[in-house]
Design a protein around this ligand. Structure first.
Ligand code: CP
Ligand code: NVA
Length: 310
């Protein structure tokens, strides 16, 4: 039914989807979390085949999508790019057309965002961005869900992003504009801001501000977020570690934020680099395990949304 439909729903970037639809996904994820607790998962995706293509490693995205589709009655097939003919030069266009004969929906983790669009173009199947070089939208919905559960609405809150300027940050910038909260981005002065991110920040300047001074950025904030300084594919160097060190989220940084501020990290973390043990393991304010858990509930809701079940 979905094949060839002009109205196919893709989940590529948060800014492609209107706020009420995103709110619907969040609301559905909360319900699905309750159903799972009661052992009453609905079979809304019975006989749906999800193919997942991974060009990069994954623990959370892989496990949560696989369980999500299975718990809702569907099936999943995982394709590690290196073990398919993609690694021997078969084109994305041919691969996509073949997958469309077997599957109903695709989830792709890619080194090049443009490939997501190419998969959709040739398969006509809904495509979910399971992390690209540009963005990581599934993660941010799970994170917002975790914040809502712990502290209520995100609207008008002050969030701080510390450290590297990466794909996860890009989706946070989009979220700040959509969900009306402010986001202070605090990073070393000598880091170059990519053209795409620069444009986003400029467009959303009502919500997003740039800082290099950690005290000024974190003062009175409701949440401090960080991520690895070395995203997949980026080589760690001692020189860069030194540059990033003042932006490490430690207890001193957390003490500048509001008393009830929380800490977030999408994981995987490098303890001792971007975050200290004391912060990530602080059960009073670290939301990292809820963020990871909510990936499962959010993926279910995203799959249902893409397949027009909600
Ligand atoms: N946060 C996240 O996407 O984790 P994985 O790389 O393990 O999927
Ligand atoms: N920024 C990280 C996120 C991992 C989930 C990366 O791209 O490696």
């Amino acid at each position: 039914m979905l094949k060839g439909s002009k109205l196919t729903r893709n989940f590529l970037n948060l800014s492609d989807i209107n706020k009420s639809q995103l709110m619907g996904i969040l609301k559905r994820a909360i319900d699905l979390k309750k159903y799972r607790k009661k052992n009453k998962n609905p079979a809304t995706l019975r006989n749906i085949n999800l193919a997942m293509i991974f060009e990069k490693p994954s623990t959370r995205t892989r496990v949560s999508f696989e369980l999500a589709i299975k718990e809702l009655g569907g099936r999943s097939i995982i394709l590690d790019e290196a073990t398919t003919h993609l690694s021997r030069g078969e084109t994305i266009s041919d691969t996509a057309r073949v997958l469309s004969k077997y599957c109903n929906i695709l989830m792709i983790r890619t080194t090049n965002h443009k490939k997501l669009i190419e998969y959709h173009r040739y398969s006509k199947l809904p495509v979910i961005n399971g992390l690209s070089n540009i963005s990581h939208p599934c993660q941010i919905l799970a994170d917002i869900m975790a914040y809502n559960e712990k502290r209520g609405s995100i609207r008008d809150r002050k969030f701080v992003w510390m450290g590297d300027l990466n794909n996860v940050l890009f989706s946070w910038v989009e979220a700040a504009n959509i969900f009306n909260f402010s986001l202070n981005i605090c990073f070393p002065k000598l880091m170059k801001v990519s053209k795409g991110l620069k444009e986003k920040i400029k467009t959303y300047s009502n919500n997003v501000k740039i800082f290099h001074n950690t005290k000024l950025a974190c003062k009175d904030s409701d949440c401090i977020i960080t991520d690895t300084w070395f995203s997949m594919g980026k080589k760690p160097t001692n020189k860069l570690i030194k540059v990033f060190k003042p932006y490490q989220v430690n207890e001193k940084i957390m003490s500048i934020a509001k008393k009830n501020a929380v800490f977030m990290h999408c994981l995987p973390a490098t303890r001792g680099n971007e975050v200290t043990e004391e912060v990530i393991d602080n059960s009073r304010y670290s939301l990292v395990w809820s963020e990871a858990e909510n990936r499962l509930h959010i993926q279910k809701a995203i799959l249902e949304w893409c397949l027009k079940k909600i």
